[in-house]
Design a protein around this ligand. Structure first.
Ligand code: ATP
Ligand code: MG
Length: 297
């Protein structure tokens, strides 16, 4: 089944169009990552598809339902800013929220959930005494209560230390293995690339790019840059003499940058270098990252 189906969604705040004709389909079991500059419309998108904000126009279907009230119980949401019950302790808060969402787990399982998001025994104190990252973690835990089919996380890892971010990424993957659909936003492009099956790049309320990380990178990449480290360093003249279709770009220290049409030329380039008597230490195709794509969007 389709988890989220959006057609021509717009949301205006006065004259400002925060969302401007977004269409998107997210399949069940998919991890979908949304990226975009501050103010691009990511949180507004989440607020509209979860029914927190009314739309200006367009059609939203979540888990097969157009009436979002019918599926709210099947969604777990970690909003961009969370109001937490400051005078409750961590587990007490989760148990309270879990009971509201008809969560059947035992008290011991609430502690396991705390562990899963990286809140160990330290988390069992009043939320008013939590650090920023601890607040994030309990907000994520709260989104998992009631066994939701669709989990929506607005910047789950921003402000988390690297180890905690990795733990959350593992948790998201585990949720996917359990059959859940996860929709998340992040400013960490490396993370989004690693974790998401598909990525949407939002710009000024419009979906500028949409696809798997590989698709997005391949669209942009017409030619390939190859970095080569040799001793002595590969000079422009050496490249001109090669029987391989490579263009010299620049040299810096022991490295030389070449441009080639396809990676199938790499064996011929390696052979030419070795035949010329130079020592070849490294030859690396420089793949474009999602960050490169984002910067060019
Ligand atoms: N309640 C609101 N009233 C008026 N304008 C709003 C409201 N909420 C969002 N906006 C505007 O809509 C646009 C999109 O904001 P949104 O919070 O969705 O961006 P975002 O992509 O989540 O950004 P960030 O990365 O900073 O979280 C911005 O111009 C913002 O000022
Ligand atoms: Mg936001």
């Amino acid at each position: 089944m389709t988890a989220v189906h959006i057609e021509e969604l717009t949301k205006a705040f006065g004259a400002k169009k925060a969302l401007d004709g977004i269409s998107l389909t997210v399949e069940e079991g998919e991890i979908f990552g949304f990226v975009g500059h501050n103010g691009a419309g990511k949180s507004t998108f989440i607020h509209t598809i979860t029914g927190v904000l009314p739309t200006s126009s367009g059609k939203i279907t979540v888990l097969g339902e157009e009436n979002l009230d019918n599926v709210k119980g099947c969604m777990g949401i970690m909003p961009d800013t969370a109001n937490l019950y400051e005078y409750m302790k961590g587990v007490q808060f989760l148990k309270f929220m879990g009971e509201l969402k008809n969560d059947k787990r035992t008290k011991k399982d609430y502690y396991s959930l705390m562990e899963a998001v990286g809140l160990g025994v330290e988390g069992d104190k009043k939320i008013k005494d939590y650090s920023f990252g601890m607040r994030k973690k309990i907000s994520i835990a709260q989104a998992l209560l009631g066994n939701p089919e669709l989990i929506i996380l607005d910047e789950p890892t921003s402000g988390l230390d690297p180890e905690s971010s990795i733990k959350i990424r593992q948790l998201v993957k585990q949720l996917q293995q359990e059959g859940k659909t996860v929709f998340l936003t992040s400013h960490n492009l490396d993370e989004i690339e690693k974790i998401s099956d598909r990525v949407g790049i939002l710009k000024e309320g419009r979906m500028e790019k949409l696809g798997t990380p590989e698709e997005l990178k391949n669209v942009e990449q017409e030619k390939l840059t190859v970095v080569i480290r040799t001793e002595p360093v590969l000079e422009k003249e050496d490249v001109l003499q090669m029987e391989a279709d490579a263009v010299f770009l620049q040299k810096e220290g022991p490295n030389t940058w070449l441009e080639v049409e396809t990676e199938t030329l790499i064996p011929a380039i390696s052979k030419a270098i070795i035949d010329s008597g130079k020592q070849l230490y490294e030859i690396t195709p420089k793949k474009e990252s999602l960050e490169d794509i984002f910067m060019n969007t």
